[in-house]
Write a protein that binds this ligand. Structure first.
Ligand code: NOJ
Length: 508
């Protein structure tokens, strides 16, 4: 063979090999048949209509109305929010226009049960959700309904809220009403959204509703009752409703991924995983149930050092361990960001954050979004999904939230880049590595009330003008990108153009 011939052979072999690699990669980047793609919202963040009809006050109504300067950016409230209570038809029209398969919404407990208890059911409250579900059905969109996204009735809070074990019964009663009245139209239920957030910040640090500062004790009482209440709702559904309704029900957790600051420090990574995921996953998804032993040991020894007569983490009886174990058909994964970890103590003592004895920080090279906590680390998403699959026997997972905050803009190329890069990691974890993800929901359909950040952080695919009494909605570029993804059912490239505030390195 001549020199030229030899060269051509090498080049063509590379091309063939290159194209076959890219074909494999392209196949990995398709959504499998039956995969559900959607977007998510939550009642308090979008509905408004906080006091219409017989709806009663909930903990976020109280938390935002209490005159505490500095608690919420601009003293914003969810009183009107996106006014989705009145504009739900427009929201469903947007969902249809973009082409989503599923819509994750949550129900307001105090809209359905104004007394908090099941002795009085609000007809108006039920009718509202029945109309929303009918509208979704008429437009061919599957609902995924969360029973509880942080907004329990104030009356329940006056009795201690999630720190009072009676809530297990109250939540079960509420769940039963929902399953009976709305269940015939719902195939996917989520029980409770991100308990670690409202337990650690609502009953620990006091920075979220209900604003209780009982750190070290409050968050663990809360998580204990959350796990029981979740399992109660699961068993009610399983026994009383699944036989006729045939749906599926699971819990939704806020899960992040950790990399070690010192490459040899596997201990801090494991500690982060057990306190972040294990706290709720181990009792439900592990073979043995109960809290992770690492967590039990760390909290017991810190409690002892601090002079407590027993661990601040309550214990489950064997009966409860078994009742909770296996009480989820799927794991709902809310994922946004990753962190670095190293040994040390952060936050107030005692608290769940101090008990774990690790310090979290971002890698300086990670771009930051518009939220102080949200660093863009696509690889962490794939690593997290693979780790969850490995630890919990590859459970069925739905990514129930994933998204990014950005400045007020409609040409949100940065958000497209985020979705593109995160979806790529998820698709590789699924299609190449066999992780069992069955659906993905982008957070969020609309710019909305971002809790203590009010309306200052925008996560929507659709812009909402909060100065307009009509709350005008305008599709952002990211919504149009999603339209293409939903048409082709594969990862679409990011359009060229300048990217703005989100996803460019912002000094920490
Ligand atoms: C998770 C929460 O479930 C949701 O309510 C919130 O808006 C997003 N994170 C973004 O912070």
């Amino acid at each position: 063979m001549s020199l030229l011939g030899g060269l051509l052979f090498v080049v063509s072999a590379l091309v063939v090999r290159g194209s076959s690699i890219s074909t494999i990669e392209e196949n990995y980047l398709k959504f499998p048949a039956g995969f559900l793609i959607g977007t998510a919202t939550a009642a308090y963040q979008i509905e408004g209509a906080w006091n219409v009809s017989d709806k009663s006050e909930n903990v976020w109504d109280r938390f935002t109305h209490e005159p505490r300067p500095g608690r919420i950016v601009n003293n914003d409230t969810g009183d009107v929010a996106c006014d989705s209570y009145h504009k739900y038809k427009k929201d469903v029209e947007l969902l249809r226009e973009i082409g989503f398969d599923v819509y994750r919404l949550s129900l307001s407990w105090s809209r359905i049960l104004p007394n908090g208890f099941a002795n009085k059911i609000s007809q108006d409250g039920l009718d509202y959700y029945k109309k929303v579900l009918a509208e979704l059905e008429a437009n061919g969109i599957e609902p995924l309904v969360t029973l509880y996204h942080w907004d329990h009735p104030q009356i329940i809070e006056d009795l201690g809220g999630w720190t009072n074990e009676e809530i297990v019964d109250y939540f079960g009663d509420y769940a039963r009403v929902v399953f009976r009245e709305l269940g015939p139209r719902v195939k996917y239920f989520c029980t409770i959204n991100e308990p670690e957030e409202f337990c650690a910040r609502g009953y620990g640090l006091g920075t979220k509703a209900p604003g209780k500062e009982i750190h070290g004790i409050g968050e663990y009482l809360c998580s204990h009752n959350v796990l029981k209440a979740h399992a109660r709702a699961y068993h009610i559904y399983d026994k009383e409703f699944r036989p006729t309704q045939n749906g599926t029900i699971g819990i939704v957790l806020s899960l992040s991924y950790a990399y070690p600051k010192d490459p040899d420090d596997a201990t801090s990574v494991e500690t982060h995983f057990q306190f972040n995921a294990g706290w709720f996953c181990h009792p439900i998804f592990s073979a043995s149930g109960d809290y992770p032993s690492l967590m039990k040991e760390k909290i017991a020894s810190a409690s002892l050092e601090q002079g407590y007569p027993r661990s601040r983490l309550p214990e489950f009886s064997q009966e409860w361990i078994e009742y909770i174990r296996g009480s989820s058909d799927f794991l709902g994964v809310n994922h946004y960001t990753s962190t670095l970890v190293e040994p040390g103590v952060e936050s107030v003592v005692p608290s769940v954050f101090a008990d774990r004895k690790i310090i979290l920080s971002p890698d300086p090279s990670w771009p930051r979004a518009n939220s102080s906590w949200l660093y863009v680390v696509p690889k962490g998403f794939g690593d997290l999904l693979r780790l969850l699959a490995k630890e919990y026997n590859n459970p069925v997972m739905y990514v129930t939230e994933n998204g990014v905050s950005a400045a007020e803009e409609t040409n949100d190329l940065n958000r497209i880049q985020y979705f593109h890069d995160y979806l790529k990691e998820m698709l590789l974890a699924m299609n190449r590595d066999g992780v069992n993800v069955k659906g993905y929901l982008a957070w969020s359909l609309l710019d909305n009330f971002e809790w203590t950040q009010g309306y200052s952080e925008r996560f929507g695919l659709v812009h909402v003008d909060f100065n307009d009494p009509e709350r005008k909605r305008t599709l952002k570029m990211s919504a149009n990108w999603w339209k293409n993804v939903l048409k082709t059912r594969k990862l679409e490239p990011v359009p060229a153009g300048p990217q703005s505030s989100c996803c460019t390195a912002i000094p920490v």
